[in-house]
Design a protein around this ligand. Sequence first.
Ligand code: SF4
Length: 702
Amino acid sequence: MSITVETHCPYCALDCGLKLHVDQGRVTGSTKWKGSPLSRGGLCTKGITAWQQVHHEDRIRTPLVRWDGRLRPATWDEALDAAANGFLKLRDRYGPAVNAVLGGGSLTNEKAYLLGKLARLGLKTPHIDPNGRLCMTSAGAAAMQAFGVDRAMTPLEHLPAADVVVVVGANLPDAFPLIMPLVTRARRRGTKFVVVDPRGSKLVKDDDIHLAVRPGTDTALAAGLLREIAVRGGVDWPFVTDRTTGADDAIAATEGWDLERTSLTAGVGITEIARAASWIAGARNGMILHARGVEQQVNGVQGVLSWINIALARGWAGRKGCGVMPMTGQRNGQGGREHGQRCDQLPGYRSIDDPMDRAVVAERWGVTPEELPGRGRTYVELLHDAERGAVKGMLVMSANPAVSGPNGARIRRCLDAVEHMVVVDPFMSETARYASVVLPGSTFAEEDGTITTTEGRVVRIDQAVPPIAIRGDLDVIRGLAHRLGVRDKFDFHTGREVFEELKALSAGGIADYSGLDWDALRDKGGVFWPATTDNPDGTEILHTERFGHPDGLARMVPVVPSGPSTLPDADHPLVLTTGRHRDHYLSGNQTRRIPAQADRAPAPILEVHPRTAAIMRLVEGEPVEVTSHQATITLGWIPNDRLRRDTVFVAWHWEGVNDLTDDALDPISRIAAVKHTPVAIRPAVTTVGPSVPALRGEAVGA
Ligand code: SF4
């Protein structure tokens, strides 16, 4: 029998719709879903081939348990028993905080919710945090501080209604390809673009202003712009007075950041800064799209706040064509940070520190507030805790820190130190090689649920085929929960059942899903949260009258410009910044296995400005050695004259690239500062390839 299932691409958080074709129980292809929201049927190269992961020959089809040093096939009962017993033994010996859970921003809302519940009620540990900690936490922390809500302010379809769009540290054509038709529409309508990026992507056109900021100096550039906007009389004082607090202090914090000083610090011409300030000051409607370039810094939260200050100073909020938009990398990076898989959070974006929030969740889960663990440690901290022996058990679901973690050699030492690691993944990831137990995970086509797009639109994921390994992720969580002694609290068999509990529990929280209806989500093509029973159609534009803080006012937070933790020096004169390649997704565990994607981008390539390459005596076609304070690796390289001369770039989808990066953390968001690593480069004498040592137990035994 042949059927067609409307669902969404599993990669970036534009979550483009597609139709999966299913024949005799197998996904055989995909076509456009023209009625899908936002993308209207469009798909990028990754989305077109996404269906190929479902029945890929590399899928893990059988649970694996390590015996005699090798991972060997096991029955589901054997593997789930081994997984749960390992955690219970550690808990009996060292206490519940010895176990930790690393979740992921690709999980559906329902899996993220259940994983948080499993950690707190099943493992009884405070330690659960998703890989979104490496991705969206600076954006989230800044939005919560400024607006009291962590969600994009408006649908991306409103982009053409903006007079000016400022894109900060976001490589839209490569990381969010299907936003480009909207960019084109906006340009045709006359929208001006200011692009802040040390590497000029294909986004930058001749009529744009490209501020090729020196990596690590975003707060200085934003301070100079805000000051210049104020000098030009561009502050929207009626808006600022009525709807914000802190404006005077925020503007005062930019004192001294005149055009000259800003230019010298940020490495951008005075004329460009002045022109950008003039465009921003003159635009009634404007949007700021920001992403990892400004966020993955040791001052990432401050960086985002400094751009939020500009938006608020201009009154860019609460109406069509206005807003601050965090561009989310993972397909459910938004929902995945709302429903309780963060160490500081309970479902519905409730705070784990707030007695009222704890009481609500405890009551619904049938425990006392005292039984709910408190705030745990964050993602990178938990990995480092393993190195020092404080964490000995680790459940990893939909995360691959062996590739994505900063300072990769240290991350490998951390993973090696974990005594009992259980990995749930559709494919044998680099992290899974360290596992005691590997449980087959589900792809996007095998279970139903919901995800929340980068815009805050909740959309439905429908099951196209049964899980190829018999049990899906929900089944895995339920199986673990039963063995951890909380059977009565995990009686779920479908995503829809979990959705009903999640949405009821979210009522009254910041991320309120209580008015969503499972069937209506499909009929309407998605609904923006908050959606309450009084407002089931949801909320497209946030902050039309009030911001999320109790007094309804937004906060303009003074940002004193600061720099990176480690500056370039004579031994490491350049700055390495990392990013994404159009053809791969995150750690590449899915896309590197799909031939069309792998053929287009088979290996990491360092991009170097031609003048820099000449000074460093690099030879085209010959490899380059890259040395940071953390490591030395060898890569192929290509010239790129759209890069700053003091900056080199590499995409991070391959193991070993992150060996170079710095693991200094932002003090608030605890995000790693991977966008700024001092490096030296020189012609290589060794073979191309990251210098990754052999991993423990790579082979899977028969
Ligand atoms: Fe759309 Fe992103 Fe998927 Fe490409 S990767 S098809 S832009 S959701």
